[in-house]
Design a protein around this ligand. Structure first.
Ligand code: MRU
Ligand code: ZN
Length: 209
């Protein structure tokens, strides 16, 4: 099996798993996986598609600038530049972007702080942090409509082979060394967001009780 086919299958598998979680509302979301380092090429989801569906045209190969490597009718994801930033600045192998209700609520609730910090949660171990009082932070950036500006702002927070950024009232982008790791991190973040939204609601209800 060629490397391209191998990576395609890996990305298709992650896409199907995220679809099963119903994390692709209204064609939102985009995914990518690195194929080669030199020159940099990666598979990215085609723009505007229903990512819950599996087809032979789900992904296309793009270069470091996010341009298709071969002539194709498919358009790379509108947010390909964000994925390109990750691969050009780090050794990450996979990047996942989803819009969920929970990540949007958290991004709005803490948006003015520019970050949100979570602590005292067992699931933080999924990030490879094992201390008892571990805390983990995620930056929150403005949702610039101009994608090169968004990518520039996003790139300020791309400092390691694994990471995540919340885009305010938009969604989360997570990256890791491979598809397994990126999905693990994404699931851990969404667990934290969902827990926290419910806790805030309960605290609010208690205040009125
Ligand atoms: C339908 S809203 C979602 C888009 O604006 C965008 O944020 C998104 O996540 C999907 O865009 P796409 O170009 O299909 O990768
Ligand atoms: Zn998006």
């Amino acid at each position: 099996m060629s490397l391209l086919v191998k990576r395609w299958k890996e990305l298709a598998e992650v896409k199907a798993e995220l679809a099963a979680r119903d994390w692709f509302f209204a064609t939102s979301g985009n995914l990518s996986i690195k194929v080669t380092d030199d020159p940099l090429t990666f598979l990215v989801t085609a723009s505007g598609k229903d990512k819950r569906k599996q087809t032979d045209e789900d992904f296309l190969l793009v270069d470091a600038s996010g341009n298709p490597v071969e002539k194709t009718q498919l358009k790379p994801s509108a947010e390909t530049l964000l994925h390109a930033e990750i691969y050009s600045k780090t050794n990450a192998g996979c990047s996942l972007h989803v819009h969920t209700i929970d990540n949007n609520i958290i991004s709005e609730w803490y948006g003015d702080d520019g970050e949100v910090v979570f602590s005292h949660q067992e699931i933080i171990k999924a990030f490879g942090i094992w201390e008892e009082d571990a805390a983990i932070r995620i930056p929150i950036i403005r949702n610039y409509a101009h994608i090169p500006t968004l990518a520039q702002e996003f790139a300020k927070h791309v400092n390691g082979d694994a990471g995540a950024v919340l885009i305010r009232n938009h969604g989360i982008t997570v990256w890791g060394k491979d598809a397994f790791e990126a999905k693990k991190f994404l699931e851990a973040w969404e667990f934290l967001f969902s827990y926290h939204v419910k806790l805030l609601l309960l605290k609010g209800a208690k205040a009125f009780a």
